[in-house]
Design a protein around this ligand. Sequence first.
Ligand code: ADP
Ligand code: RBF
Ligand code: MG
Length: 161
Amino acid sequence: MVFELRPGSLFYIAGTVVHGFGRGSKQLGIPTANLDTYTVSQLPSSVANGIYFGWAKVDEHRVAKTVVSIGWNPYFKNSTRSVEAHLMRTFQEDFYDSVLHLLLLKYHRPERDFYNLNDLIECIQDDIRQATDYLNQPEPSRLKDTPWFSASATSTENGMP
Ligand code: ADP
Ligand code: RBF
Ligand code: MG
């Protein structure tokens, strides 16, 4: 399910967590929950590829800060578009097949190519630091209590909270 709440800048996306490219991002300390291909195909064209800051909710876990990468991962030259979210929270177990709700608040930067994997990882770690600072501000912080994350948002017929 994809809703454009403010054109070009505020999006709600919910989908199922599927297996990603299996590149061992978890081993690099940056696991990313990948959304199913149907949900990715539903993204409106106004959703630009790139890195976003926002809030995420998995099942009944508490809302977590997230950095989300949308696009083709130029460093790996992927042949499919993907939406993958790293949540700034430690989970005891994997959550494949769970429903992941994302509220994207801020477009941060376009996807880039890198000379080596280490540069990519350092860039992602910098994204995570900047996202944390951004989301700690009062305005973005308030939005984590959005009705889009409440149970009713997924149970009503048209998905509106
Ligand atoms: P894949 O290639 O299958 O996406 P990853 O190495 O990117 O594998 O790991 C992603 C999986 O790790 C997620 O689908 C989720 O089940 C789990 N996971 C555990 N902690 C996190 C987290 N903090 N953020 C995102 N995914 C996490
Ligand atoms: N992949 C790229 O090729 N270029 C990027 O600029 C890029 N930025 C990312 C930023 C964040 C915050 C995250 C979570 C991922 C990013 N990725 C990027 C995707 C990364 O290559 C991917 O998570 C791993 O390859 C696992 O599929
Ligand atoms: Mg992944």
